[in-house]
Design a protein around this ligand. Structure first.
Ligand SMILES: [Mn+2]
Length: 323
């Protein structure tokens, strides 16, 4: 089996997902071989505790990217599908309630399914391509970041929340715990994480972050000192591999009506754009997850916001080295 055949085993193809279309629906069809980035969805909504709806995240992003949003970025004068050739491989197969009548069994089986991210991303990186994951809840980053940890990246974590609890709701691996375990198990050092837009954390998480040297820029810091912060981000990302984990709730509550735990005092799209532009041009993008995107009552706004954010990441970050 070649790499594509091995990968396809894990996925439902894009046309068979709820969206019934590929990400972007770009005019030129990209083959796996010619692609720079491999995109896949994980419609996971199992450990979320407050609002539900992240299982519809990949659908919201695929539909808006294919049917609503131009792939030409007016403000960047750039055609995205010419800059980054994206191959959409579909949605990761998950187990559903119909096959697992007990919640504990459902949780265990789905954690097993998403642990395949490590193998999937390793295969993608071996082909020198960039994995792009559409979530789905933030739990997936625990596996995705492990898969690229040996490449010594700096993790740029956009979020309203630290997600550094050791355990939550009796669950060790869930949507509020990935960054605690990534540090605690030695996958990533705190100094190699930049948390941006944070405004919710309990006392223990905050102490854990400080004690481990996590670089933190709160929502308020960004509101007051964006210019200074962008300079620091430029320095921190000099000559580094970059992995972006983007929780849509980094945006202010007024932009994200569907995600599970929206918070006030958040960022606006122009601030996000300034921060993306400040990432050093010597840095190389090696992976992305766009998580906690949700949809309720056909409200596609978060799909739109997530797609536009992904396009700005592709436009502003270096995705291949000119060797
Ligand atoms: Mn969050």
């Amino acid at each position: 089996m070649n790499t594509l055949e091995t990968l396809e085993y894990f996925f439902v193809p894009p046309e068979k997902t709820n969206a019934k279309c590929s990400f972007g629906d770009f005019p030129t069809k990209i083959t796996f071989q010619d692609s720079d980035a491999i995109l896949y969805g994980i419609p996971l909504d199992i450990t979320t505790t407050f609002g539900k709806g992240t299982s519809l995240g990949p659908e919201a992003i695929r539909v808006t990217s294919a049917k609503q949003i131009e792939s030409f970025l007016l403000d960047e004068n750039e055609e995205i599908f010419e800059k980054v050739k994206i191959y959409d491989i579909g949605d990761l197969v998950l187990v559903n309630m119909k096959d697992n009548n007990k919640y504990e069994k459902l949780l265990k089986n789905n954690l097993k399914m998403i642990s395949n991210i490590i193998k999937i991303n390793s295969l993608i990186r071996k082909e020198k391509k960039i994995p792009i994951i559409l979530g789905g809840e933030h739990t997936i980053s625990y596996f995705s970041i492990q898969s690229i940890a040996h490449e010594n990246p700096i993790i740029i974590h956009f979020d309203a929340h630290r997600d550094m609890k050791p355990i939550y709701d009796k669950k060790k691996i869930c949507h509020t715990t990935p960054f605690f375990h990534l540090i605690d198990e030695g996958h990533i050092e705190g100094k190699n994480i930049i948390q941006i837009g944070i405004r919710q954390s309990d006392k223990e998480e905050n102490e854990f972050a400080i004690n481990n040297g996590v670089n933190t820029y709160t929502g308020l810091d960004i509101h007051k000192n964006l210019h200074h912060i962008t300079k620091e981000i430029g320095k921190l990302t000099n000559n580094r591999n970059i992995y972006i984990t983007f929780d849509i709730d980094v945006y202010d509550i007024c932009y994200v009506p569907c995600t599970g735990t929206p918070e006030p005092f958040g960022l606006n799209p122009f601030q996000i754009l300034e921060i993306l532009k400040s990432i050093n041009k010597t840095a190389l993008l090696i992976g992305i997850d766009m998580v906690e995107v949700a949809m309720k009552n056909s409200d596609y706004r978060e799909g739109t916001l997530a797609t536009q954010t992904l396009y700005r990441i592709f436009s502003n970050l270096v995705t291949k080295l000119n060797l």
